[in-house]
Design a protein around this ligand. Structure first.
Ligand SMILES: Cc1ncc(COP(=O)(O)O)c(C=O)c1O
Length: 445
């Protein structure tokens, strides 16, 4: 077995990646080509060591610098029952954004006191479910939700602890579709317009909610550190004004998630410790400057916990040569299991799992199998000449791929396996044709 550092794309593959004498990629000690044969493709392979390692790296990075920190995994990046179970075992909190994510977490008994509920249009039903489960915090996004929640909680004789999600008007310099902290964005209560102040004032007067903290999330992925420093200071300055004006004590503060990962070898994302150093040192300085007591710090990484741990495996099928123009190679997945390239020009790289060391190169466009011209996973990818039957491995596939997967063209969503020490355990089976018709009704009653 070749060491991980000696294989192509080592920096973006899971930590346990290796190569067999036959030139096959291995993940968690399992031969990727054999996994593809056993479970079929497309297949998502999660490496347990990389996943748990990131959970620990983030907790260690923040808690060693600022003791009163909690790390809440942002479930929207990827959630299934096994994932929720692993996050619970790692002692982390969970940030959910829907009744569905809450239900999956509840199905493995995820501790309610470690769940936070986000979202810009939570339904009354979802808020009731959250209160039924007794979740720790609701991060209120807008005035409508504030009044709705106050009414529901009051009706139950409860006082629900909340954070207010604020929109600070800070640009994190990422893709427009994944920017959330600017004023032209649907999330959060704007700060520069005076609306955030009004929300604090109203929340403090409401009997059904207890305002314990403030939250911002700038966008994702945020490669720069400066936007976090700016966000921390902006919120603390606001908290100090709210303290003087209304006696508001900010017991909890969250600068959200959005920490970047590398998807291609030319990208370089800061380590968890570098983000943690920026956030905690700015927090300390701002607390001192604004004469505020130290709050609990809540960070919400999603992508950076889970992206690198997974590799998507596809089988190469047809190809199309347009002489002098380009060569398309199609694989058996695409936008139905990973919409990111089509949705926001996300870039990936890949290697051939059945001949990792093949150094011959050609430039190809890797297309999916779905009926959309935009169903392209990689444009101008430099890969060994691909042949039908090759297994293409796409690293850094753990975040926002399966989470946004669909049944487009009535395809079956892929299986997910967890690998460790040469063993592969199924986390989710491939969907079946029966799954496609389970919720459909015919004949109509
Ligand atoms: C409020 C909030 N927290 C955390 C996250 C997680 O972001 P990421 O997966 O980039 O860490 C998001 C992503 O949309 C979010 O909206």
């Amino acid at each position: 077995m070749v060491r991980a550092t000696e294989i192509p794309l080592a920096d973006i593959l899971p930590l346990t990646a290796g190569v067999t004498d036959a030139g096959h990629l291995t993940l968690g000690g399992c031969d990727a080509v054999e996994l593809a044969g056993e479970f079929g493709t497309p297949l998502y392979v999660f490496d347990e060591e990389t996943l748990r390692g990131q959970c620990r790296a983030f907790q260690e990075a923040f808690q060693s610098r600022y003791h009163n920190s909690i790390v809440a995994y942002a479930a929207k990046a990827y959630l299934g029952r096994a994932m929720a179970g692993i996050i619970a075992q790692e002692g982390m909190s969970l940030d959910v954004v829907s009744g569905g994510e809450l239900a999956v977490a509840a199905s493995v008994g995820f501790p309610a006191e470690r769940i936070h509920f986000h979202g810009n249009n939570k339904s009354e039903h979802e808020l009731r479910e959250a209160l039924d489960y007794g979740i720790a915090r609701i991060v209120v996004d807008n005035f409508h939700e504030l009044h709705l929640l106050n009414g529901i909680a009051q009706g139950r004789g409860l006082r629900q602890k909340i954070l207010l999600r604020l929109s600070p008007g800070i640009d994190p310099h990422t893709h427009a579709k994944t920017t959330t902290g600017t004023l032209e964005n649907k999330f959060g209560i704007p700060m520069p317009t005076g609306q955030a102040e009004a929300a604090v004032r109203q929340a403090l007067d409401m009997p059904g909610v207890e305002l314990v903290g403030l939250h911002v999330h700038l966008g994702s992925p945020v490669f720069e550190l400066e936007p976090y420093a700016e966000a921390v200071d902006t919120v603390l300055e606001f908290a100090s004004r709210m303290r003087k004006a209304y006696g508001f004590e900010m017991a909890e503060f969250s600068p959200g998630g959005g920490f970047a990962v590398a998807y291609t070898p030319d990208q370089h994302a800061p380590e968890p410790a570098v983000y943690a150093e920026t956030v905690t040192s700015t927090l300390r300085e701002s607390l001192w400057r604004h004469e505020l007591p130290a709050p609990q710090l809540i960070v919400e990484p999603g992508r950076s916990i889970v992206a690198r741990s997974a590799v998507a495996l596809y089988t190469v099928g047809s190809s199309k040569e347009v002489p002098g123009v380009m060569r398309f190679v199609s694989v058996d997945g695409g936008i139905a299991d990973n919409v990111r390239p089509a949705m926001y020009e996300a870039r990936y790289s890949a290697l051939v799992a059945n001949r990792v060391h093949d150094e011959r190169r050609e430039t190809v466009t890797v297309a999916g199998k779905y009926c959309e011209s935009g169903d392209v996973l990689m444009t101008d990818a430099e890969l060994p000449p691909l042949e039908a039957g090759d297994i293409l491995a796409m690293p850094a596939a753990g975040a926002y791929a399966l989470a946004m997967a669909s049944n487009y063209n009535l395809s079956l969503r892929p299986p997910v396996v967890l690998v460790k020490d040469g063993q592969a355990k199924l986390m989710r089976r491939r969907e079946t044709y029966e799954d496609l018709t389970r919720a459909d009704i015919w004949p109509l009653e």
